[in-house]
Design a binder for this molecule. Structure first.
Ligand SMILES: O=P(O)(O)OC[C@H]1O[C@H](OP(=O)(O)OP(=O)(O)O)[C@H](O)[C@@H]1O
Ligand SMILES: Nc1ncnc2[nH]cnc12
Length: 181
């Protein structure tokens, strides 16, 4: 039996992602990753697509950082497949020990992100992962934190990108999205 291709996997995952107009606020079209994750095949295909991409594009990655909270669905998964570690960037007040903080705005609000200073060793090569890139506020803030604690960002990887919001323009370095809306 021949294996299903990457583009077939992508189409399958895309077909399972939910779309909710006017959530969480009027005018926002919410793209719901959880709609795909209840489907076993979509989970496995997403894992393959993300891991294969990093193997190709950023094989030098030493740690996978996930953004609170939907990024956590993917950072441990990718890290275990690649045989590297993972770390969280969390919303304010959730991380113990010495933390570095930054305030930021996102498509439908504002918040504060934190990272533990001990999470990343100086010079360590980092891939950031999240479910979605909208305005880019979250990824810009995460990048600032990672650089502040001495990490080198080799790539930012998201499952979905809302292209019209042009978040990509605010990010330097490699940015990759599996699905573009
Ligand atoms: O590109 P931006 O405009 O910054 O928006 C993208 C961010 O918004 C969502 O997170 P949210 O803060 O809603 O947190 P959640 O994952 O806990 O739902 C999403 O998971 C991204 O992290
Ligand atoms: N439109 C959107 N759908 C899902 N998550 C988001 N985070 C920011 N904007 C979003």
């Amino acid at each position: 039996m021949s294996e299903i291709s990457a583009s077939e996997k992508l189409e399958y995952v895309k077909s399972k992602i939910g779309k909710y107009p006017d959530f969480p606020k009027a005018g926002i079209v919410f793209r719901d990753i959880f709609g795909a994750l209840t489907d076993a095949k979509a989970c496995a295909y997403l894992r393959d697509l993300l891991v294969d991409h990093i193997r190709e594009s950023a094989p030098e990655a030493e740690i996978i950082v996930g953004l609170d909270s939907r990024g956590f669905l993917f950072n441990l998964l990718i890290a275990t497949e690649l045989g590297v570690g993972c770390a969280p960037i969390r919303k304010k007040g959730k991380l113990a020990g010495e933390v570095v903080s930054v305030e930021y705005k996102l498509e439908y609000g504002s918040d504060t992100f934190e990272i533990q200073r001990s999470a990343i060793k100086p010079g360590q090569k980092v891939v950031i992962v999240d479910d979605l890139l909208a305005t880019g506020g979250s990824l810009v803030a995460a990048s600032e934190l990672i650089r502040n604690v001495g990490g080198i960002i080799v790539e930012s990887l998201v499952v979905m990108e809302l292209v019209d919001l042009e978040g990509r323009k605010r990010l330097d370095g490699k940015v990759h999205s599996l699905i573009k809306y």
